[in-house]
Write a new protein. Structure first.
Length: 87
């Protein structure tokens, strides 16, 4: 009777071992997505409607590529207007 809990514990611990990470097919990089605006637009729409089948990795890359296209390289300094706004 004393063996039963220890065998059960061993069984549970082996079942909770490290899981295999799922292999992702050849996913485009952020730079590839940012360069191809038509594909980026298509994938953004698919991520909005069906993120579960596309996967978080791809949709996160799509979001990062869209962010890069919107903000640019980030090296452009902010230049305020010469005239003050009138409120």
């Amino acid at each position: 009777m004393k063996r039963m809990p220890s065998l059960l514990l061993i069984g549970v611990l082996t079942a909770c071992g490290p899981s295999e990470t799922p292999k992702q097919p050849n996913l485009p990089t952020v730079e590839e997505l940012a360069a191809d605006s038509a594909r980026l637009k298509e994938l953004r729409q698919q991520c909005k409607t069906d993120r579960g089948t596309l996967g978080d990795v791809l949709c996160n890359r799509v979001a990062e590529a869209a962010r890069q296209r919107f903000y640019g390289d980030g090296k452009t300094p902010y230049t305020p207007s010469e005239t003050q706004p009138k409120f």
